[in-house]
Write a protein of this length. Structure first.
Length: 698
């Protein structure tokens, strides 16, 4: 089948770097969907782009749609086909009218009866005829988190469209969107080659754009950025500090990258290195430089979006801007050192935590109380408990420092720095920074016990406070990052192997909010927060490959401890995968007892004198002997021993099912036997609902 490459370039006003990745992914998804629905084959599909253009490049796009095979309904079988299998006149007439060969007739069952059907082939249309409708429909189907209106129309897009190039091989694909007509005319680099450039063929696009100063493929542009940085750093007594996030950001700020090296006054190296790196990265998009030992050097690298003409002037300009930023940071740091963190805590009364949830001072008061509770539950020694309380008291104090006001990215880190300077204990200083861990997109879990507990207290307080006022994430809307908070709670508990009951912890948090006058205690909020956290645990365990029915079984029970749930889920999952027969026998026994007694709500003790059959007396005796031991095994996490304990009951339990009629006519006997079945089921309460396990045939 003949093919041609397809090029679609959408020229736009500057795209914000925060949106570019999502924009490109959306274009790729919608393009694949559009070609699939149109039945047009291709070899590969790529999305390229720069801040000024979104590019779809499809290699070897077929020149014709695949044929469409459809089934056409004909007459009923009883009038369409004879007993000997030959086609009757109604079926023959149907085939002629639909232009269907007799070999393509067949019989098919439907909801309304059995009918004769014909298989019909519709020939595909030429791709060149389809593209003028397919491409604009695909473009208008794109969905973005933020869109704009411009001009006089009502068309919304991520940024105003300024030009469109659409070529199928050498042929233009003509259509219009928002008053912009597609053509073969693109534009080069804004400064290096601002005039229009005509694209003669889709296959020549990348090279033609390169000639006018645009590296359109982000992978190629990224490689070039790293090469340029390496070249410039080669003259320094060290190397540039690799930062993947910054490389990614810079990659989508430029169309043609070059790099230059600048320097700053070594006296600024008196500042903590992270302050310097933050100033360079977050505000100027500069790369820091370090020596072979990792010590910061008084140099920086700038990635330019232009050629290196007049380099000296560019370098001096960037040095001047950075000097002003560093001078501010130097001043803020010196000012902050005039006051201790402890002296700053009262100032938190002037910083709002959330609307209707008071100030950071009130949050600090809650953190101290919650930390005391967690220290007690986790049985921290007195020294660690005191250090945790101190860290909780100081954790938010750096928010009112001049440095964090100017550079919010440094919250927590500056608290650690100032705590060190104030002479606080090392573990207190570390815990202040670690209370923010793990950071978004990272797996930097708190390394200290105190930092882990403080991070848990902080995240839980934000969760509970938000839920108490109905600020619950829905769909993709989660402005407070509550899913990330809940995931952080789960990950820290797993990482530190903390056994922590969620309900009393959440209840304490709600009571503290009530004491401060922000909310009334509502039990349903406790359940909502608990379920929200366990949903994140479910997400984590599913990603690790734990069977979905195992999670349903464990989470259906009244387990309140995240780490306990993990232990049970992984044990059950391993049994399901490696010892299916052993587990299946236990689940069958449990499920039969559960099904029989599910609708029975009676309470009371089993009456031994009403156990008429030998096997029911034997079952009662064995249950009575084993249930306390079974419970002890579960309580101490000895799950295999517990399962073996129950497995030993199975021969007697199965014999009971075979020989005893539970639902007998005698009401007293029936009640007694149902209580016996309930006794079997209740052994598993607090572990899992085994009836929810899905065990395929061995």
């Amino acid at each position: 089948m003949s093919t041609r490459d397809l090029l679609l370039e959408i020229g736009v006003e500057e795209l914000p770097t925060s949106l570019i990745r999502a924009v490109f992914q959306e274009l790729e998804v919608k393009a694949k969907q559009a070609f699939s629905e149109a039945r047009i084959r291709y070899t590969s599909l790529e999305v390229w782009g720069t801040p000024r253009r979104m590019v779809l490049y499809v290699r070897e796009l077929a020149e014709k749609q695949d044929p469409l095979f459809i089934e056409v309904k004909g007459p009923a079988k009883r009038v369409g086909i004879a007993d000997d299998g030959s086609w009757l006149p109604p079926a023959l007439a149907f085939a002629r009218s639909q232009n269907i060969h007799l070999a393509q007739l067949f019989v098919k069952e439907t909801e309304k009866g059995t009918y004769v059907f014909g298989r019909k082939e519709e020939e595909g249309k030429p791709t060149a005829e389809i593209l003028p409708c397919l491409l604009p429909a695909m473009i208008t189907s794109l969905e973005f988190s933020r869109t704009m209106l411009w001009g006089d129309g009502d068309f919304r897009f991520v940024r105003p469209i300024r030009w469109i190039v659409a070529l199928y091989g050498e042929e233009e694909v003509v259509f219009s969107i928002a008053g912009i007509r597609s053509s073969r005319q693109s534009f080069g680099h804004r400064f290096m080659a601002p005039l229009p450039v005509s694209i003669s063929s889709a296959s020549l696009y990348r090279n033609l754009l390169k000639e006018v100063g645009v590296i359109v493929d982000p992978k190629e542009r990224r490689r070039l950025i790293e090469q340029r940085l390496d070249q410039e750093a080669s003259v320094l007594p060290g190397h540039w500090l690799r930062d993947e996030a910054l490389i990614e950001e810079v990659n989508f700020l430029v169309e043609y990258p070059e790099a230059v090296v600048g320097q700053f006054d070594p006296r600024y190296l008196e500042l903590p290195s992270r302050i310097l790196i933050t100033v360079m990265k977050h505000h100027q998009k500069y790369f820091a430089c370090v020596d072979d030992g990792g010590k910061l050097l008084p140099y920086f690298l700038v990635v330019l979006n232009r050629s290196k003409d007049n380099t000296q002037k560019i370098v001096h300009g960037n040095e001047r801007v950075l000097r002003a930023r560093l001078e501010d940071a130097f001043f803020f740091f010196k000012e902050d050192c005039q006051k201790t963190l402890a002296e700053r805590v009262p100032l938190l009364a002037g910083v709002v935590f959330q609307e209707d949830l008071g100030t950071m001072k009130e949050k600090t008061d809650r953190l101290v109380r919650i930390s005391q509770y967690l220290a007690d539950v986790l049985q921290l020694d007195e020294e660690k408990a005191n250090a945790l309380e101190r860290a909780a008291f100081l954790a938010k104090a750096d928010l009112v420092s001049e440095m964090v006001k100017e550079f919010p990215e440094l919250q927590g880190y500056m608290g650690k720095v100032y705590a060190h300077l104030d002479g606080e204990k090392e573990e207190v200083a570390l815990a202040i920074e670690e209370s923010y861990f793990p950071l978004p997109g990272e797996e930097n879990y708190p390394e200290t016990v105190i930092g882990a507990v403080l991070s848990l207290a902080d995240k839980m307080d934000t969760l509970v406070s938000s839920f108490a006022l109905g600020r619950i994430p829905s769909g993709s809307f989660d402005p407070l990052g509550l899913r990330r908070m809940a995931q952080g709670i789960v990950d820290i508990i797993v990482h530190r192997r903390f056994y922590l009951g969620l309900s009393p912890w959440i209840e304490l948090n709600l009571r503290l909010l009530e004491e401060q006058g922000f909310v009334h205690f509502v039990p349903s909020v406790l359940d909502q927060v608990r379920d929200f956290i366990f949903n994140r645990l479910r997400f984590r365990l599913l990603a690790e490959g734990v069977n979905y029915s195992v999670l349903n079984a464990v989470l259906a029970d009244a387990v309140d401890d995240v780490y306990e749930v993990i232990g049970r889920a992984k044990f059950l999952d391993e049994l399901l995968k490696k010892e299916k027969g052993f587990l299946g026998a236990i689940v069958t026994g449990f499920t039969r007892a559960n099904n029989i007694s599910r609708s029975f709500s009676g309470e009371g003790e089993i009456k031994p004198e009403l156990l008429k059959e030998d096997v029911e007396r034997e079952l009662y005796q064995k249950l009575t002997q084993s249930e306390s031991e079974f419970s002890r095994f579960i309580r101490h996490g000895k799950y295999r021993e517990a399962f073996k304990n129950f497995s030993a009951l199975l021969p007697t339990l199965n014999a009971f099912f075979d020989k005893v009629l539970v639902m007998c006519e005698d009401e007293e006997l029936r009640r007694n036997r149902l209580l016996l079945m309930k006794k079997v089921v209740r052994m598993w309460e607090g572990f899992a609902d085994l009836s929810l396990l899905v065990i395929e045939s061995v």
